[in-house]
Design a protein around this ligand. Structure first.
Ligand SMILES: Cc1cc2nc3c(=O)[nH]c(=O)nc-3n(C[C@H](O)[C@H](O)[C@H](O)COP(=O)(O)OP(=O)(O)OC[C@H]3O[C@@H](n4cnc5c(N)ncnc54)[C@H](O)[C@@H]3O)c2cc1C
Length: 372
């Protein structure tokens, strides 16, 4: 039910905010988007866009642009971190709609260009607070993990430190487009190539000392090398080439109980920040964006927002829970890790396609149908 003339304001120009702006503008809805950063810059590093996210990208008409700016991942391989030997390989070559590896800045650029072309008014350097919209208007909080809109709907909540920190780094490298996960006691490292001769590295370590949450805290590359000094395969060589690294503390935030109140709605990290262990932050944001816009196109606002929350909350909670569980699986200690690796190797040999099938619920989800 397109509302020509109705005011829609979005706070936040990340993946969620820009994607929902594109989806709404395609339906002819007038949209203003406020981003507090003075410019949309080269922040962040690699993102994995899995088939569930790609379906939304395709539906937004951005499939070709995204393919041109990303690599097609051929496989996800789990490896024993100490030896570097493969434990399980998930072959992604034939997955429907593809599984892509992209720099966050490129995805943001593609969404921003589309939003501007579709007539979205983008106002940079301007933070937005809940409550500034005229009666009958709609405010969308896409303002990330410290969301003021989430707080307006749910009150203040206190996230807790998971006892894990993560480093992220980019190094120059040319290699086949495979996602590799090196698992070790109390730590793991995920790496994959990006276009432009880059390699993305995210390394997670369990520790009791608290580290700050956020994307912009620099750390000493020596600390990363020391934490992974026992890892084999190519890891030592990669880490020797890291000259700049960011560190962030991993916090658990519950999925927001309330996503809307008839006048305000939240999406993306504002509604459900997730740990990075399933690479679903950006994909969930894309799914939310499509479903929110589709619900608004089909029903009066209050009904549409209620339906949006009903369609999305359980899905997001399931994905966030699965990401949290992955930390335990990746960080097993001896002798459990040996048993688990042997079981995974055997399973991979007996039924090579079965491991990927276990992710059907995640990658097979089609947000563009869900909302029909
Ligand atoms: C700087 C940065 C770097 C990142 N790098 C990576 C990465 O390398 N790998 C990875 O997997 N994920 C990364 N992420 C997270 C990933 O982008 C998100 O988990 C996912 O895409 C969901 O996006 P989102 O739009 O909900 O939130 P975000 O990407 O966090 O975007 C929220 C946006 O809202 C803006 N904002 C916040 N408050 C206000 C306000 N009051 N008014 C207006 N604007 C506001 C922020 O500046 C930000 O641009 C990064 C996020 C950020 C912000």
């Amino acid at each position: 039910m397109a509302r020509k003339g109705q005011e829609i304001t979005i706070a936040g120009g990340g993946v969620a905010g820009l994607a929902v702006a594109c989806a709404l503008a395609r339906q002819g809805m007038p949209v203003s988007l406020f981003e507090r950063a003075p410019e949309i810059t080269e922040v962040g590093a690699g993102l994995q866009i899995s088939p569930n996210g790609m379906r939304v990208i395709e539906a937004l008409g951005l499939g070709d642009a995204l393919r041109g700016a990303s690599l097609a991942a051929s496989a996800v391989t789990l490896r024993d971190g100490t030896t570097g030997h493969a434990v399980l390989r998930l072959d992604l070559a034939g997955v429907p709609v593809g599984y892509r590896l992209i720099h966050r800045a490129r995805l943001i650029e593609i969404l921003e260009t589309q939003a501007r072309e579709a007539g979205v008014q983008i106002i940079l350097g301007t933070p937005r607070a809940p409550g500034g919209v005229r009666a009958g208007g709609l405010e969308i909080g896409a303002d990330g993990w410290r969301s003021a809109y989430r707080a307006a709907l749910n009150g203040r909540e206190v996230p807790f430190f998971t006892g894990q920190v993560a480093w992220r780094a980019l190094i120059p490298d040319e290699a086949p487009p495979e996602v590799e996960v090196f698992m070790g006691p109390g730590r793991h490292l995920v790496s994959y190539p990006l276009p432009g001769g880059l390699r993305n590295i995210v390394a997670v370590e369990e520790r009791s000392a608290w580290a700050e949450e956020g994307w912009a805290h620099e750390d000493d590359p020596g600390a990363l090398r020391a934490a992974f000094s026992r890892f084999g395969g190519p890891v030592g060589d990669w880490l020797a080439r890291v000259d700049r690294v960011h560190l962030w503390g991993l916090f658990r935030h519950p999925v927001a109980p309330r996503w809307q109140n008839g006048e305000i709605a939240i999406l993306g990290d504002a509604a459900h920040p997730t740990l990075p262990f399933l690479a679903q932050g950006a994909n969930l944001a894309l799914e939310d964006a499509w479903v929110l816009a589709a619900c608004l196109a089909r029903a009066p606002q209050a009904e549409a927002l209620a339906r949006y929350q009903a369609l999305r909350r359980d899905r997001a909670a399931r994905v966030v829970a699965a990401a949290s569980a992955n930390a335990r699986n990746y960080h097993l200690r001896p002798p459990l890790n040996r048993l688990a690796y042997t079981a995974l190797r055997l399973a991979g040999q007996i039924a090579p396609g079965a491991a990927l099938k276990r992710f059907d619920w995640l990658y097979g989800y089609d947000a563009t149908r869900e909302s029909e």
